[in-house]
Design a protein around this ligand. Structure first.
Ligand code: PMP
Length: 352
């Protein structure tokens, strides 16, 4: 550590992303899509290459329009970002500090406490209810700004829109991170017509097969998106590059491919849930593209290591409340059949 690093960062704990090995595993650890990007995204991405000598449109107007049309809002309601992580970062930068924390679920996306610490806000969390559900009563009862993923990160559980509407009735910001909404859950977007204090955050990393493209967006009132742009233009005005923007437009326009991919993931999730339960695994009710599961009596880290030795990579978190679990991304049906077969071998061999 150099002597130049500011004191406030000396003990700072950054977010730890999931492993990204280059091949060799059935990769079920970072909630990506098992399917390639749509052909339409590919064509547009390649066509954009020839103009990479020029800066992109800093407003990303073409993509904002496609998103606005797809989700029934106006372009001024949309802010596109370099991954939805950047949208979340802008939200924390704009609205959180030492006297304005965001309350979040105790178990959720690991970036919320990191962003919170980065902007000097206090950590404020509410424990999950049994079954891994977000405790909507705690969020409704609290008066300040709130943020949560719906379906929730790590547990995949879904909170009904009626609870979100209750939260919106108080004069505070309600940030709904819908990274996993496309796998059978319901979006809070219809509430936007009635509530100017709602921010919905989306990503193309999961259901649109573009994790490596780094494309996310926020949808909110025009007033809120203008405030978020204040941060964007003070930080990285050309935040979403030309090639990524082109791929995103192709992916959103290809509704048929999107529907096929998400339906396939839902089918594979239902298969995995059924088979894993038959093997004695316990899990939360997930509407996301992953399942959080455990084998009673077995440490999640040990189970992850055994799966990894057999070529299947899943995610393990050593944080309290999660250390006995593994989080399994839903891949293709073929990948999930292999996962189940390997899990069965491990359990029947009683090697753990
Ligand atoms: N929100 C949640 C709940 C997530 O799990 C993730 C992905 N890890 C993100 C946001 C960020 O996704 P991206 O930056 O790839 O859009």
């Amino acid at each position: 550590m150099t002597k130049f690093l500011l004191d406030k960062y000396k003990d700072f704990e950054p977010y730890v992303p999931g492993e990204q090995p280059q091949g060799g595993y059935i990769k079920l650890n970072t909630n990506e899509s098992p399917f390639p990007p749509s052909e339409r995204a590919r064509e547009k991405y390649i066509a954009a290459f020839d103009k990479l000598n020029l800066y992109n449109d800093p407003e990303n107007s073409a993509l904002c329009k496609v998103i606005a049309d797809r989700y029934g809002v106006l372009p001024e309601n949309v802010l596109v970002t370099n991954g939805s992580d950047e949208a979340l970062a802008f939200i924390y930068m704009a609205y959180a500090d030492g006297s304005h924390p965001f309350a979040a679920p105790e178990i959720s996306y690991g970036f919320y406490p990191v962003f919170s610490a980065l902007v000097g806000a206090d950590k404020l969390t509410f424990p999950l209810k049994s079954g891994g559900y977000v405790d909507e009563k705690a969020f409704i009862g609290y008066d300040g700004n709130v943020i949560f993923a719906n379906p929730n990160a790590q547990t995949g559980t879904f909170m009904p829109l009626s609870a979100i509407e209750e939260m919106l009735k108080k004069p505070r910001l309600v940030v709904v991170d819908e990274a996993y909404v496309d796998f059978g859950a319901q979006s809070a977007l219809p509430l936007l017509k009635k509530y100017g204090n709602l921010i919905v955050v989306r990503t193309l990393s999961k259901s649109r097969s573009l994790a490596g493209g780094r494309i996310g967006f926020a949808i909110a009132s025009a007033e809120v998106t203008a405030e978020l742009k204040l941060i964007k233009y003070s930080f990285n005005p050309y935040n979403l590059g030309r090639a990524a923007e082109a791929a995103a437009i192709g992916a959103i326009e290809d509704e048929e491919y999107f529907s096929r991919c998400t339906a396939a993931v839902i089918r594979a999730r239902e298969y995995t849930e059924r088979e894993a339960k038959a093997l004695g695994m316990e899990m939360t009710d997930s509407l996301a593209n992953f399942l959080l599961m455990k084998r009673p009596g077995t440490d999640g880290g040990v189970l992850k290591a055994e799966l990894m030795r057999r070529g299947v990579l899943v995610r393990h978190f050593s944080t309290p409340g999660l250390s006995d679990c593994i989080r399994v991304t839903i891949g293709s049906m073929e990948q999930m059949e292999t996962f189940i077969k390997v899990l069965k071998d491990i359990i029947s061999g009683a090697r753990i």
